[in-house]
Design a protein around this ligand. Sequence first.
Ligand code: ZN
Length: 147
Amino acid sequence: MVARIDILTRAKATLEDITHRLSEVVRRSGVEEGVCHLFVPHTTAGIIINENDDPEVGRDILARLEALVPSKGNYHHLEGNAPAHIKASLVGSSQTVPIEKGRLVLGRWQGVFLCEFDGPRERSVLVQVMPAAARPGQPSEREAGQP
Ligand code: ZN
């Protein structure tokens, strides 16, 4: 099953916390043990897992990426958004989170964020929730009659 989380980003560069929406996708899947794979099908957006307690952490991440890859510079890409492509490449376009007892296994301070580098725009995160394979001698979740 591939679910889709649609996000309308509101700024040129922003981190959008999708942790709650992702938890809801996992809950609805009924998977108890497994992995949740996330993929961003965009070339100027990415996905990170980091602190969602203090929003200043996200601000620092964006500021440091801007310092590494300044918006104004000598780039070849004619569309004019080369820095956004580079930042998206640096943070990556996928993440995987374990699922235990039907819930995402995230650290106490961790959240999952879509990283917008060329907004505002409509973005999507594709989410695939995969049950763990049954161990030999044990029935799979489906065989055991679970959803
Ligand atoms: Zn481009």
